[in-house]
Design a protein around this ligand. Sequence first.
Ligand code: ZN
Length: 423
Amino acid sequence: MKPMTTEATTCIRTLRLKVKTESYPWLNSAAVEVNQVWNWANATSAKAARPFAGPGKWLTGFDLDKLSAGASQCFEHIDSETIQRVNAEFATRRRQFKKLQLRWRVSRGSKRSLGWIPFKAVQLKRKGKSLRFAGKAIRVFEHAQLEAAKWKCGCFAEDSVGDWWLCIPVERSLAPAMPKHQDVGLDLGLKDTVATSDGQKLEAGHFYRDLECKIAQAQRRGHRRQAKRLHRTAARRRQDVLHKFSTQIISRYQNIFVGDVSSAKLVKTRMAKSVLDAGWGMLKTQLQYKGQQAGRSVRIVEERNTTRACSSCGALTGPTGLDMLDVRTWKCRECGDIHDRDVNAARNILSAGRCPPSVSGNEPSPSSAPPSPASRRCEAKDQRADGSGMSTGHRGYRDRHHAIHTVHSMESQDPSDSAPARP
Ligand SMILES: [Zn+2]
């Protein structure tokens, strides 16, 4: 278990405030100038890296600042600080992607880049109810949120609908609370987005399916802006539900185990739309960063056989294959227990997660928790089963096959020890 810190810690959250429409024309023309600076930096640093004669030079943000000194006189909207921020951002991205040249920022036409205007802390000043930026008063909705905020830098960003947002990373303090429960397993699925080992379910909202015909209608009629708006609505609904769920899980449990379902693989099948709609990736990311901030342990667990195995006796009696996807509840042939498909899988993930060394194979396991009696016995059994002269690579492979059976045979011997609570 990770040591819990009782004192308040801080974290960085991005404050996103919508800009009032009256500033949109100004921001749009400022964004064109930012694009010009970006493209200049792109061309200049590519030329410097491969000159006609002599050795090349990889320009840093500081070099670009020196070269662009005085350029702000040519621009009507942006000033030198914004130019420097663009240079710095360009240099960072170029280093990150290790490319000679990055993509151009396009100001017009169908491939137009979404507007972006970065700034430094000193450029944005609070003045009454409005903000002062580059000699221009800009008003935002919910400006009260800025009262206590201290920012270092930030940006104005445009979304696909064409609305502008003020984005500022601000520091927030948070007091981590002790969770009520210990461990939980999460199974990610399509029917229910998530099922927990305690029997709780998050219904797949069909955030997109619900709006699908409206979007299709808008697209047929050529209302592109309306279609984009509906897409944004779907995305926001999805985000809202997932945020609420992940916050609830993090506040309730200490150790969280998630099945390692790969959305990248399933997206290529005919289930793609449901997979993208379910938002697994987003949920995993949220659990990870929220868990980190609250001092919880979030682990990804091998998902093999978790649907097939019975969580009570460990026999592989459950539904299997694509044609049995619609089997939601089933009865175990061996022990006679009736299982809900997803909750059973979540329980298996939980018990697999409690026995990390055998499940994660060769990967270094984050052994933060002291091994429970069950997991110690698991390890012992694995060692016996493996023999001594086996290479580590082979061992990892065999362990994965063993894991589920081992865990369940342990549980059947001593159900009070680690079997998940049944309602
Ligand atoms: Zn069974």
